[in-house]
Design a protein around this ligand. Structure first.
Ligand SMILES: NC(=O)c1ccc[n+]([C@@H]2O[C@H](COP(=O)([O-])OP(=O)(O)OC[C@H]3O[C@@H](n4cnc5c(N)ncnc54)[C@H](O)[C@@H]3O)[C@@H](O)[C@H]2O)c1
Length: 253
């Protein structure tokens, strides 16, 4: 059951308080979606973003959601359904980045990063996927990473492995949910110009980092956010199980 064009659709964005997640909330809101800024730590930044998007608090709200806790996904979904009747879009954006050489990562830390990044995407897709299946319509967009494709360890082997898992989960959910009007896609960004990347690539390292990117610049987070909005739209019905590379030419296939 495709939503009627005049109905405002609801999108839940995990990790929406800052960085790329905040840009995704802005892009979805510009595209006409009601946005739920869901974050483990919504805080001042999320509240400021919600007021920036809609002072009245009708079409942009914040929610506390830890992606490592499946019950949080269920609570947010239930609250949205109670308030607006349905949810149409889930963006699995939240992730933990932990820069550490591979030989120094404690196995428990490896598991903890996997649990948040891949476990969160699994739980969110499963819980929202059930709702979407019941309604006969839905869009899931997962934030993967170049690191999950090329084995890059600049952001940690646990992070890279979790992003590889997210790419596989994208195909699994896409295949399973395709007959029910639901699409599931991933975006694999290379280094974007975000606070997270600027904290990893310090000014001293920037020149050599840019030399390793064929187009010679960091990626624009607004472009990735607009790609999320494109994939979240009703018109994107024929694309599913895909990984959209946005990496400045670092990895071509
Ligand atoms: N920035 C980049 O260049 C880049 C490149 C490739 C992929 N990505 C992916 O894009 C996404 C966003 O990246 P970013 O740079 O904005 O990251 P970030 O670290 O700046 O922001 C992550 C957000 O997720 C939230 N978060 C962390 N743990 C959470 C949890 N357990 N539950 C809910 N929220 C949680 C944080 O509070 C924060 O608001 C991530 O999935 C990241 O892996 C980013």
């Amino acid at each position: 059951m495709q939503p009627l064009p005049e109905q405002m659709q609801t999108a839940v964005v995990t990790g929406g308080a800052r960085g790329l997640g905040a840009e995704i909330c802005r892009a979805l809101h510009r595209a006409g979606f009601r946005v739920v800024i869901a974050d483990v730590n919504p805080g001042e930044e999320a509240l400021a973003l919600a007021s920036e998007l809609d002072l009245a608090g009708e079409s942009a709200i914040t929610a506390t959601l830890d992606v490592a806790k499946p019950e949080d996904f269920q609570t947010v979904l239930d609250k949205c359904v109670e308030r607006w009747g349905s949810v149409e879009v889930l963006v699995n954006n939240a992730a933990r980045t932990a820069v550490k050489p591979v030989l120094e990562i404690d196995p428990a830390e490896f598991n903890a990063v996997l649990a948040v990044n891949a476990g969160g995407t699994f739980a969110g897709s499963q819980i929202f996927g059930r709702h979407f299946k019941e309604r006969g319509y839905g869009r899931i967009v997962n934030l993967a990473s170049l690191a999950g494709q090329n084995g890059g360890t600049a952001t940690g082997a646990h992070y890279a492995a979790s992003k590889g898992a997210i790419l596989t989960l994208t195909k699994v959910f896409a295949r399973d949910l395709a007959p029910f009007g639901i699409t599931c896609n991933a975006i694999a960004p290379g280094p974007m110009d975000t606070p997270m990347v600027r904290s990893v690539i310090t000014p001293e390292k920037m020149q050599s980092a840019l030399a390793g990117i064929p187009v010679g610049e960091l990626g624009d987070p607004v472009f990735v956010a607009e790609l999320v909005a494109l994939l979240a739209g009703a018109k994107a019905s024929f694309v599913t199980g895909a990984c959209w590379d946005v990496n400045g030419g670092i990895y071509m296939r």
